[in-house]
Design a protein around this ligand. Structure first.
Ligand code: PEP
Ligand code: MG
Length: 324
């Protein structure tokens, strides 16, 4: 499927009118690192740290985590690596940390678990900070944030970890810290987040699930789960507009970014940083290099008023075909 795309690895990721779009990768396993480098990624937009946790029989120690994180940071240095703090619960479970609930997606997941277990959070943050010493390409990202107080609590812990390490003689630096927008409340809090953190990253997989009230893994309702739903697109527009207004960079790291039609839509809505599975990166770059950002903006604003995701996709395909 990728035949002929390899040549795009080293060409700039920009639209016909010269607007640069950063294309980053989502990683989890160490093997993702090599694949990403083959595709000329601009860095890591989402390192799912729960993946190495899932491969073990117990929580990895600070030392073990630091080694894993160091490998990612070193592989991409000087490009940025955005590490998400542990995002368990919901569909991501650890055998050695069982969570049993009636509504896992509305329950104890992501940052909620970490803030109830600051000792686990601190070990992970300390490991990340130690791994980044002398490289300083670490960014830390918080998943499943639903309110400002969670951000404040997390920031306090991260700053405490930096201080602790400095007192121990480790040259740790405060990294860039960001918030994921993946639940509806967060869509309305971008301005507040922007005053606290350095970047925003939209998790469109969960945001779609929560906006449309449809389980992202339930095949019975899979037909309703679609990030190209006009209501989701309106939310995505609100988030990027609020971020621009507050002068805080907004990226998107859900599957939508790796879908060529999704990527065109996102650029039209104003997104300039997309993070995706490395297998989609060159295909997305190929499409973005063929479009004009002004054209994409006009097309995307028309999509917001359509009836359903099916019409959105067909309208977009037609517009792309017309544009040649
Ligand atoms: C998302 O929710 O869009 C996301 C990127 O995170 P995950 O798929 O790991 O929940
Ligand atoms: Mg998510």
């Amino acid at each position: 499927r990728e035949a002929g795309l390899e040549a795009l690895k080293d060409v700039p990721s920009e639209t016909q009118d010269g607007v640069n779009i950063s294309l980053l990768v989502n990683t989890g396993l160490q093997t993702d690192v090599i694949r990403s480098q083959d595709r000329g990624a601009d860095g890591v937009g989402l390192f799912r740290t729960e993946v190495p946790f899932m491969l073990r029989e117990r929580f990895p120690s600070e030392e073990e985590q630091a080694l894993i994180y160091r490998a990612q940071l070193q592989a991409f240095s000087p490009l940025p690596v955005t590490m998400r703090t542990l995002d368990v619960g919901g569909d991501k479970s650890l055998a050695y940390f069982p969570i049993v609930e009636d509504n896992p997606f509305l329950g104890w997941r992501g940052l909620r678990v970490m803030l109830d277990h600051p000792e686990l959070f601190m070990v992970q943050i300390r490991a990340m900070l130690r791994a980044s010493v002398n490289l300083n390409n670490l960014k830390i990202m918080l998943p499943m944030v639903t309110s400002v107080s969670e951000v404040e609590e997390s920031l306090a812990l991260i700053h405490r970890a930096v201080m602790e390490l400095n007192e121990e003689g480790v040259n740790a630096q405060v990294p860039h810290i960001g918030v994921m927008v993946e639940v509806p409340s967060a869509v309305y809090l971008v301005r507040e987040f922007a005053s606290q953190v350095d970047f925003i990253s939209v998790g469109s997989n969960d945001l779609t699930q929560y906006l449309l009230a449809v389980d992202r893994n339930n095949p019975r309702v899979a037909g309703i789960y679609d990030a190209m739903h006009p209501a989701v697109l309106k939310a995505l527009k609100m988030v990027v507009d609020a971020g621009n207004e507050a002068n805080v960079p907004v990226s998107l790291c859900g599957e939508l970014a790796g879908d060529p039609l999704g990527a065109v839509t996102l650029v039209g809505l104003g997104y300039r940083q997309l993070s995706m599975s490395s297998s989609n990166l060159l295909r997305v770059k190929a499409v973005l290099r063929q479009i004009d950002s002004g054209w994409a903006q006009t097309v995307a604003s028309g999509l917001l008023h359509l009836d359903n995701p099916r019409v959105v996709r067909s309208t977009l395909r037609l517009a792309l075909r017309k544009a040649g």
